[in-house]
Design a protein around this ligand. Structure first.
Ligand SMILES: C[S@@+](CC[C@H](N)C(=O)[O-])C[C@H]1O[C@@H](n2cnc3c(N)ncnc32)[C@H](O)[C@@H]1O
Length: 274
């Protein structure tokens, strides 16, 4: 019978130390500190089997977040399933950008909410805001609602395509991290992306811009004068988004780069009349 430490070491050789530790804490319901303090303890057979099954799935490519059912976003733990995109660290940029612009008791719309990472985070960080979040996937919305409950966040979730579920309502801020991977991008067949919903990654357009175009062209009709649209985009789509925002009449264009220095968020403000 292997010890705790031996089991984790053997798994580390197969899937790397970080993932081996993450799956061990999940499989055994323990903390990292427990792993260290129980390093030499014999591992019961059922626990070893449960761990081995997870390690095997990881070795075959399953994302760790889908195996553990959890992913950290903006300091909170979000439930995830194969129905939703795994929240990415770069998406925290759009949260920062929205928080810097959201008035007290402002109205915010999150388009394509997925796990609810953006909407739930903003509702937690700004409890006075009225947050509506839409998604075309009912399965994704079920995950998002669970996450809102998990964090006692007040978010009005609506099923439908982009602006359709909010009819003619207007907002102070619209945020979106839409699908933007080009249809034939080879990354879709690599890494975690192979396991994530296609609907969350790509809208099937050759340049990956169809959803961004729909959101940017539609946002003006759903923003208050002076309201902001903030969108996440692919690392090579920043210039194109800026031109689309300009063409749609947005002013005060902004851009944010991720930790690798790649442009990731584009936005603009709707002018006030007069
Ligand atoms: C890139 S994921 C973003 C998920 C989440 N907001 C995040 O940042 O982690 C895009 C989301 O848009 C949703 N989506 C795709 N097409 C849509 C449409 N036409 N209308 C509304 N939502 C859509 C997908 O179901 C998916 O949940």
């Amino acid at each position: 019978m292997a010890s705790v430490g031996e089991a984790v070491a053997a798994a580390s050789a197969r899937i790397g130390r970080t993932d081996a530790v993450a799956l061990a804490t999940h499989a055994w319901g323990v903390t990292r500190a427990w792993l260290v303090s129980h390093d030499r303890e014999a591992l019961a057979a059922p626990l070893a089997q449960r761990y081995d099954a997870l390690v095997a799935q990881r070795q075959q490519g399953s994302p760790v977040a889908y195996l553990t059912g959890l992913r950290e976003f903006y300091g909170r733990s979000f439930g995830v399933s194969a129905a939703v995109l795994i929240p990415r660290p770069e998406t925290e940029l759009i949260v920062e950008a929205a928080l810097a612009r959201l008035p007290e008791a402002g109205r915010l719309l999150d388009l394509g909410t997925g796990s609810g990472a953006i909407a739930v985070t903003l509702a937690c960080e700004r409890p006075t805001a009225a947050v509506i979040a839409t998604d075309v996937s009912a399965a994704a919305l079920a995950v998002a609602k669970d996450n809102a409950r998990r964090h006692s966040a007040s978010v009005d979730f609506r099923l439908g395509t982009w602006f359709e579920p909010v009819k003619s309502a207007r907002f102070d801020i619209i945020v979106s991290n839409p699908p933007y991977v080009a249809a034939l991008d080879p990354h879709l067949a690599q890494g975690d992306l192979r396991f994530e919903p296609t609907l969350a990654l790509s809208d099937g357009s050759a340049d990956g811009l169809a959803s961004l175009k729909a959101i940017i062209s539609g946002a003006g009709g759903h923003l208050q004068p002076g309201g902001w649209l903030l969108v996440e985009h692919g690392h090579d789509q920043g210039e194109r988004c800026a031109r689309l925002l300009e063409a749609a009449g947005f002013i005060d264009l902004m851009a944010m780069a991720d930790l690798a220095g790649l442009p990731r968020v584009a936005g603009g403000r709707l002018p006030r009349p007069g």
